[in-house]
Design a protein around this ligand. Structure first.
Ligand code: FAD
Length: 323
């Protein structure tokens, strides 16, 4: 069985659950073989404190690059460090989670390693010779099977498609590496846009409540936020309302927004255009609230409510908060 290296993504020294999903999947694949599972963690000085956690999910070696210059994400720098670590660790497979950062990094690392790549996978098998991955294509209408036969395989895994499983490893080692900048690492940060602290991202939430143009106004999105809050989920939006300026782009779900895989997705006043469906195809359960019984969203919904979202959502919230 091949050696696997998993890139562990963090923001503000907090490891992303999607990375633990990728690590857990790698542990599962290596369970019956002698391959080594390594992880690579890059960030500010404080990130080294997170290394031990990864031993609880099967990583036997954790490579840490902790340096103030690495606090802010830089595609070139991170890709170089991951590729160099993969080479020194003798990794035949490198896993990422298919977050925005993972999608940015995986192809860059694949080029550096001359590796084949399968991105945004929802299923994966791996042996010495090949990786077989499944991923959605044509905006979620079909699932394609990809076979990678290159010596090194780079794979990104769709968040929320694999379970997090605690598997304590008996041999766990942390290797601290010095960061030595190279000219190619140079970067300019033009603008940094931070989301509100404590705000759950749509890609990480188990429950997502999203609103579309059918919510009628920006003010009515308070209902979407309230329902998301009552359910412990995140608020999302269709592109129409992002274009109208009612919501920020970080909440946009779909082809040109974020791809989500929550356990429960509730679409309120969203028609279900193909570009929106591209972002929700792997949601486990889809609920749609729309006043048009012929809206396309009902073709993909597991449960549908035909009616006015502005009336249904307050009733929903009242029911959920009734003592
Ligand atoms: P609408 O299509 O206007 O639908 C509003 C819905 O609300 C209707 O079905 C209506 O029946 C219902 N409604 C109205 N009032 C109420 C009420 N009171 N209660 C309940 N229901 C009500 N879209 C995305 O979402 N994400 C993307 O990433 C994306 N990328 C795109 C990329 C490209 C290249 C292109 C061309 C388009 C993209 N779009 C994307 C746009 C997409 O085609 C649709 O225009 C958009 O999704 C429509 O948003 P909507 O459903 O909110 O609005």
């Amino acid at each position: 069985m091949p050696n696997i290296l998993v890139f562990i993504e963090q923001r503000e020294n907090r490891i992303k659950p999607a990375s633990l999903e990728a690590l857990s999947k790698a542990t599962e694949l290596l369970r019956t073989s002698g391959g080594t599972l390594s992880a690579v963690l890059i960030g500010a000085k404080e990130i080294r404190e997170q290394a031990d956690i990864l031993g609880n999910y099967g990583a036997s070696v954790v490579h840490v690059f902790a340096d103030p210059q690495l606090e802010t994400y830089s595609a070139n720098t991170y890709a170089r460090l991951i590729a160099e670590t993969a080479t020194s660790a003798g990794a035949e497979a490198v896993f990422f989670s298919a977050t925005a950062m993972g999608k940015d990094l995986a192809p860059r690392v694949a080029v550096r390693l001359q590796a084949g790549i399968a991105s945004d996978c929802i299923a994966l098998e791996l042996d010495e010779k090949k990786a077989i991955a499944k991923r959605f294509v044509y905006s979620g209408k079909l699932i394609s099977t990809i076979e990678l036969t290159s010596a090194i395989k780079v794979v990104s895994l769709r968040p929320n498609s694999f379970s997090i499983v605690e598997t304590k490893t008996t041999r766990h080692e942390t290797k601290l590496h010095d960061y030595k900048p190279e000219p190619f690492d140079l970067k300019t940060i033009v603008k940094e846009i931070r989301s509100l602290p404590g705000k759950l991202d749509v890609t990480e939430a188990d429950i997502v409540v999203a609103g579309g143009r059918g919510m009628q106004s920006e003010a009515h999105f308070k209902l979407i936020e309230d329902l998301a809050s009552v359910l412990g989920g995140a608020a999302g939006a269709s592109r129409a309302v992002v274009d109208l300026g009612w919501r920020g782009h970080s909440e946009q779900i779909g082809q040109t927004g974020k791809v989500i895989s929550p356990k429960l997705y509730i679409a309120c006043g969203i028609s279900g255009a193909i570009q929106h469906l591209a972002g929700i195809a792997s949601s486990k359960t889809i609920v749609a609230i729309n006043k048009d019984k012929d809206a396309p969203i009902f073709q993909v919904a597991d449960y549908g409510l035909v009616g006015d979202a502005l009336e249904i959502i307050p009733e929903f919230i009242a029911e959920m908060t009734r003592v």
